[in-house]
Structures are given as structure tokens and as C-alpha cells.
Write a protein that binds this ligand. Sequence first.
Ligand code: DGL
Length: 293
Amino acid sequence: MLFEVASSSLPAERAVSGTSAPVGIFDSGLGGLSVLRAVRAALPHEPLAYVADSLYAPYGERDDDFIVDRTTAIGEWLVARGAKALVVACNTATAQSIAHVRERLAIPLIGVEPGVKPAALLSKTRVVGVLATAVTLRSLRFQTLLDRYASDCRFICQPGHGLVQAVERCDTSSPELMALLAGYLQPMLDAGADTLVLGCTHYPFLDEAIRSIAGDRLQIVDTSVAIARQLERQLDTHGLRTVDTDALLVPRFFSTADGESQRQLAASLLGIDARVGHVVIPSRRTRPLSGIA
Ligand code: DGL
């Protein structure tokens, strides 16, 4: 029950030594559940602890410093409670803060990035749509990735304004959402795209909606399975795989909001019926300012 203990004074070096400690998975909100789904499928015996920062989602509409601040605070919170590795299951947080967080945390860290490379390998028409948050699309990390593959492939990059908010409300099929999504996908289809990169971990939950608009004209690139494999490699490299191979564990869920949408989405889309604990994770940018009249 390592995770139950609020051991904020536990040094990180001691926390990583326990192979039965949980893997922390974090997202601005519910999107990282698509990564958790893939991690569970690949590593069913690993204890998992998922934190959704839903009170402050979407990060895609936040400034860079805010994203670095929240990602660092949540990473430190998870480490202080014994996490042995951390998956930053958020493209936006990875794009803006992974280098900074890597310097601060003494545990293996796995980030996520839009599947530009697999899409460039898959596309026959050489036209690829990329749907991601505005912050991810304008990040240096993403632009560098794009430059590497853009010489013989055209990428149509579309910020998915409104899509994260829809998933956070558990809306994956309303007429308003379908219209919003169609407005993003149609120009890609008109330009001859045959491949779509889901560059935000919330978007795999819109998979069915995307298919009902685009049929089989777009092959969808979602990197969650690759992320799970990367986690598996990291755990093996650091000797952190759990030895308790009989246990089939229910992940622990935490939210900075009330957690109701998270409970619903975990139940309806992942088939996991679990309680979501409310947590307060203070950080420099979210602490109330004191001494100001
Ligand atoms: N799931 C996050 C991502 O992959 C969403 C970011 C947001 O909150 O805007 O980028």
C-alpha cells in the first residue's frame, strides 16, 4: 500500500527502489486514460496511479510557464508518494516541459509526442493531417519533429480547439462535437490526406466520431501502444518491473477536480469501475496570492 502513505519526505532515490511501487501516469485531464488503457494491456500486473489535472485543463489554452509549473508539481507529488516511473501522458505537457521535469525528477520519465514519423511512413498520398492542441503545434519540439519528415510529405496541422473540453465533459458524439470535428477533418480530406495523427491523448476517445465522418479514408495514428512499449523497456532497463505477477490491479485514480467525468469515462470507455480520489496539488501558479488587498 505504498501509495496510501503520504510520504512527502521520502527521498526519490528510495522511492524508485521498490518494484511494487506504482507507475505514475499524468495528464491535464482525462486524455491520458487512452495511454493508461494501452499500458494496462501491455503491463497488466503493474500498479498504476493516474492523476488528472482536470481543474486546470485544457493546458492547450495555457501559457508555457503554467504548463511547466503544473507538470513539475504533479511529477513531484507522484514521486513523493512512491511512483517508480512517470508517464507524462500529455503531448502538450511533454512539448513544453519534459526537459525541465527530467532535470527535477530522479525516476524514469516517458513523454509522448505526435506520431509524425509513423504517419510519414504510412501515408501513400503523402498528405497527412495532424490534430493537436495549439500549444503542441507551436512548440519547438513539434516544429523540429515536423521539419525532419516534411521534405517529402505535406502535413496539414489543425489545432483541435474545443475537443479537449468535449472529452472532459464525456461528450464523444453530440451533434455539436461532430460538426466541430467535421470542420477540422474536411479540409484535410479535400487536400487528399489519407492519414491522421492524433497528437493529443484526449483524441483517441473520438476515434468512433472520426471514423463516422471520414470512413476508411483516413488511417489513424495513435501512439499509445508505442508509449506502453517504451514504458516496458524503461522498467526493464532500470530493473523496476513488478515481481508480483499474479495480481491484476485496478489503477488508483486521482483528480484535482471532482473526478466525476473521470469515473464515468473510466467506466464507459475502459470498463474500469473505480473511485476517483480528489487531490489538491499546490503549485507556484495556482497558490492563492497572499498579502494582496
Ligand atoms: N491530453 C492533452 C494532450 O495530449 C491535452 C492537453 C490539453 O489539456 O489541452 O495534449
